[in-house]
Ligand binder design. Structure first.
Ligand SMILES: [Zn+2]
Ligand SMILES: [Zn+2]
Length: 113
């Protein structure tokens, strides 16, 4: 029994408040991470990215964040194209409606509705 307890203590790292990951710090809870895991237990449970501001993690996170920014830019570009397309069809619809109302007006005049 004492052996397994010892093993567990050895395996699970508990960060101090200063080195807690961002999510745990926000919640003000203890950040626990297994050596084999990349995320702490809370982040793993919530499926979040575990961000710890430590010099040795910084480079990795900068690379990851840069990649995320790049992906977001691509998404924005994609959304812009979609909005442009929507605007085009919206304008077309407006034009149709306008023509329709002109036609209605003409019909009204024609038949004295
Ligand atoms: Zn954490
Ligand atoms: Zn975390």
């Amino acid at each position: 029994m004492p052996v397994s307890k010892k093993e567990k203590i050895h395996k699970v790292k508990t960060f101090t408040k200063k080195t807690s990951c961002l999510n745990c710090r926000k919640r003000g809870i203890k950040c626990e991470k297994e050596d084999s895991e990349e995320n702490c237990s809370l982040c793993t449970r919530q499926g979040k990215k575990c961000i710890i501001f430590k010099p040795q993690y910084m480079e990795k996170h900068i690379v990851e964040l840069t990649e995320e920014v790049r992906r977001n830019k691509e998404e924005i570009q994609d959304l812009k194209i979609r909005v442009t397309n929507l605007e085009k069809s919206h304008n077309k619809l407006l034009l149709n409606l306008k023509q329709r109302s002109i036609l209605d007006e003409e019909l009204k005049l024609e038949f004295n509705f």
